[in-house]
Design a protein around this ligand. Structure first.
Ligand code: HEC
Length: 127
């Protein structure tokens, strides 16, 4: 009985893994330099901090002045939602104040998301 939920979780993880190519966090670090124009991992700048991103509701950093579009987008950030948003921010969240065209290349996006995951589990986000 206790095994069924675990199997279901594994099944869901496999579906996510199939939907996207595995990312390379090292390559993603270089791509993240594009985001550093506005973002930092551990503190808010023009854009909100990226530490704590996974599992966070869009618009969820208290004290950051999000657009209404972002706050009301009903997104929870994970690999799938980040992949969709970062491909085309303005189309995914119409009215967002993130003035950035996005990362069009699938592999670059996968690498970038892998880097964000790695960074979130690293010293960079431990306080
Ligand atoms: C020109 C400045 C700018 C650049 C460049 C930029 N962002 Fe943003 N980003 C913002 C702003 C401003 C917001 C808040 C948007 C809103 O409230 O609509 C934001 C929001 C976000 C959010 C939602 C966060 C949350 O707490 O809900 C994510 C995720 C994000 N950016 C990721 C990225 C990544 C990854 C990159 C690099 C590929 C990037 N951004 C590049 C300005 C930028």
């Amino acid at each position: 009985m206790t095994r069924l939920p675990a199997a279901m979780i594994l099944g869901m993880a496999a579906t996510v893994a199939l939907a996207m190519p595995p990312g390379d966090p090292k390559a993603g670090e270089a791509i993240y330099s594009r985001c550093l124009a506005c973002h930092a991992l551990a503190y808010d700048r023009t854009g909100p901090r990226h530490c704590g991103l996974f599992g966070r509701r869009a618009g969820g950093v208290s004290g950051f002045a999000y657009s209404d579009a972002m706050r009301h987008s009903n997104i929870v950030w994970n690999e799938v939602t980040l992949n969709r948003f970062l491909a085309n921010p303005l189309k995914t969240v119409p009215g967002t104040s993130m003035g950035y065209a996005g990362v069009k290349d699938d592999k670059e996006r996968a690498d970038l998301i892998a880097y964000l995951k790695w960074a979130n589990a690293s010293e960079l986000c431990r306080k």
